[in-house]
Design a protein around this ligand. Structure first.
Ligand code: GLA
Length: 369
């Protein structure tokens, strides 16, 4: 068995934009093409996950899960083959209850069959939701059951637990899951970015190589459209940039959620910031932690430290930065690299003061000299 998810998994998930109503084969194939053509695959966004509503409401006559034939006329193995041909991985969705969150056929009581079905379709990731749990069923056991079924199915399938129950980070790893949602669904709004992203600081001891806290799919570029866009209303590009920086500081899985086929250049620039992706994907896999109000730090392989300042407020503020909380001495000098504007800012002795505009953030990579 391979070690899956040594680094935070990356890719795209259909839900945030295409929701219940609009997920279908053509969207998946065109998105796969765009992930390759627009340069995402080469940056590490390698998994395309089809979320809820790919399946028919009921199983077939042999008890197997089956695709909704109107939406996926060639079935799901066809999708797996297409994605693999492009060099992408195939993510799919099911639920540990009697129905998925959207009310369609789910895996309760069929865990082994479904794991084998997914393996036969070439699935590489299973997002496993927690709606409609059978009365009296123990949720922890339901996840362990699917974890066991996946280990026995003959294919390496990354197990992505999606069950925002209290303290999920304390037990989900025992199911074999490599990532687990730590909050309820994100919407396309600044309020939700803060709720989910800032809310995950404090849980850093529970995340790392092969088992990651999942702060949900990104809403960068959703632009108030589609499923979570329609509800959340949208964000400014500054807010999207802060959102992306926070997820990278957390060492969170990076699953995009916008319509890549029709993205604005500003959005691509945010999501393809190699310096931020390197912080997310750093070899150490230590998550960022809070060192002062609105200031976060993430130790990196080789001794650098990523430092992020977020202004949650609606007016600008000055923030004072120093790094003793991360293990540096008060007398240390550091070299500063601005990872958002891609500039070297020179050498700083002891500490520095920075001005941050409303809802904006700074991300510095600091190297002790
Ligand atoms: C839950 C999950 C979402 C999405 C939907 C699908 O709400 O948290 O991410 O998968 O179900 O119905």
């Amino acid at each position: 068995m391979a070690m899956l998810a040594l680094k935070p998994p990356m890719g795209w998930n259909a839900w945030n934009t295409f929701g219940h109503a609009d997920i279908k084969e053509s969207v998946v194939l065109e998105t796969a093409d765009a992930m390759v053509k627009n340069g995402y695959l080469e940056l590490g966004y390698d998994t395309l996950t089809v979320d809820d509503c790919w399946m028919a409401p009921t199983r077939d006559e042999n008890g197997h899960l089956q695709a909704n034939k109107e939406r996926f006329p060639h079935g799901m193995k066809f999708i797996g083959d297409y994605l693999h041909e492009k060099g992408l991985k195939f993510g799919i969705y099911s639920d540990c209850g009697t129905m998925t969150c959207a009310g369609l056929a789910a895996s309760y009581g069929f865990e082994r069959e479904d794991a084998r079905t997914f393996a036969s379709w070439g699935v590489d990731l299973l997002k496993y939701d927690g709606c409609y749990r059978a009365p009296g069923a123990d949720t922890v056991v339901l996840y362990r059951r699917m974890g066991q079924a996946l280990r026995e199915c003959g294919r390496d399938i990354l197990f992505s637990g999606c069950c925002a129950m209290k303290d999920v980070w304390k037990w989900m790893r025992t199911s074999g899951a490599q990532m687990w949602r730590v909050a309820d669904d994100i919407l396309d709004s600044w309020k939700d970015i803060k709720r989910v992203g800032l809310g995950a600081f404090g849980l850093e001891a529970y995340t790392g190589p092969c088992g990651w806290n999942d702060t949900d799919m990104l809403v960068v570029g959703v632009d108030g459209k589609g499923w979570v866009g329609g509800i959340g209303g949208g964000c400014t590009d500054v807010e999207y940039r802060t959102h992306f920086a926070l997820w990278c500081m957390l060492g969170a899985p990076l699953f995009m959620g916008h319509d890549i086929r029709n993205e604005r250049p500003e959005i691509r620039e945010i999501l393809q910031n190699k310096e931020l992706i390197a912080i997310d994907q750093d070899d150490l896999g230590i998550a960022g932690y809070r060192i002062a109000d609105n200031v976060f730090a993430k130790p990196l392989y080789g001794g650098d430290i990523a430092c992020c300042v977020v202004n949650e407020d609606d007016v600008w503020h000055y923030y004072s930065l120093s790094w003793e909380q991360c293990g540096l001495e008060v007398t240390d000098s550091v070299k500063i690299r601005d990872c958002i504007n891609h500039k070297d800012l020179g050498i700083v002795k002891r500490n520095m003061t920075v001005k941050v505009e409303p809802h904006d953030c700074l991300v510095y990579r600091i190297t002790r000299i």
